[in-house]
Design a binder for this molecule. Sequence first.
Ligand SMILES: *Cc1c(COP(=O)(O)O)cnc(C)c1O
Length: 476
Amino acid sequence: MTSILKKAYDPDDFRKRGHRLIDDLADHLERTLEEKSKNTTSWNPPEKEHVFWKEFLQSGDEGQFFKEVLNHTIHLHHPKYMGHQASPTAPITALSSMVGALLNNGMAVYEMGMAPTMIEKIITDLLCAKIGFGPDASGFLTSGGTLANLTALLTARKASASYDVWNEGNSKSLGIIVSEEAHYCVDRAAKIMGLGSQGVIKIPSNAMFSMDTSLLESYYNEALAKNIEIFAVVGSAPSTATGIYDDLEALADFSERHNLWFHVDGAHGGAALFSEKYKHTLKGMDRADSMVIDGHKMMMMPMITTALLFKKEQNSYATFSQKADYLLEQSAEKDWYNSGRRTFECTKTMMCLSWYILHKTYGEELFDAFVTTLYDLGLTFGDMVKEDPQFELAVAPMSNIVCFRYKDAHLDNVETDKINLGIRKTLLEESEYYIVQTKLRGRSYLRVTLMNPFTTRKHLTSLLSRIKELAKISQT
Ligand SMILES: *Cc1c(COP(=O)(O)O)cnc(C)c1O
């Protein structure tokens, strides 16, 4: 064997590097969680960052690589991180991910992942029961909410459309119904499926940014009049921009009335089913045909860990009726233990290890504590913004997502947009707080997602003060 291969696989080298790295990562956790570091990130414009890593490849010190990665990334474990919907991972899941990375069991077939196959089955069965799906339910883990929503809609089409598009191709216009506030991946999935723009029936939202379900019947009839056959309805739980949940009960009623597949996109807030206090936001989820829950958003897991759950297991076997004889046994009895038959992926990661170890080590109370703490914090922040005359709250929050903007009586809408976009840009460059922005009904808003359970009222107060200071500076 050549020495370079021996070197790359040397167990002792791995041991030494591993011990050092775990120490460095534990230090990183201390620095961020306990705010020994002031900032969430150290902003570097894209061109400069590109040059840095090009030069590092040429002349950087290999021993400094992981340290530099830490220096050049955003730190989700910092309590001033309040940006996009990604979890500050529970540290134990970094270990489970590493085990998966080393063992590399691909899981398409049972032989290529005995433990993870069964671990995944146990986790998804637990989730199905928690949703209230009943004895015929089953699900699997897959690579992200985007892929899970696409997979669910493919299953929906197979189960509910009047012909088999998967095998026969498109011959008649099909469509789905969804809120205009839904995540863009639903629109993308529909386009991938060839539904076209006319096949994505977008229901306007009401003043609360929730789908206006009183419009469902008229939009449905309009689609039928245009010869579009609707096969599915998608509810957002909640929608991404505002964190407002659709009325799942109303959507379930409508779907039942017209015999449509009802899919719940709970990528962000499906995890609220673990919260005694907030599970009411998901009322009606048990009447869905399928539901998505992201582990990497509100469940402290690494990217990418997503569950797709079906009320009727058999539907998930029909999605991809493509033959791959060398992989899958062509037996009459369904080979439930070969998960690749049901997933979009052939190979996937052992993402289930993280879900299982959290469950096993801390129990469901951990998921309840995480969601409840963050949703409480979201509602608190909503109140703080509402009470301050210098701010406008877009909508009273239902979750940990809060949209608001700085306002001043003498500023018109265009100037207010400009000031808020400027504030967000300066906050990013300052790198202390991380928040994002969004557009609602054509206007620019600041958007905060409370993702870190160590964020407190104190951090929120100081964020609002900083925003006011920046607004003053930008007006002088
Ligand atoms: C984040 C999100 C998605 C996309 O999920 P990924 O895991 O990022 O692919 C889909 N729907 C909603 C409602 C989301 O919040």
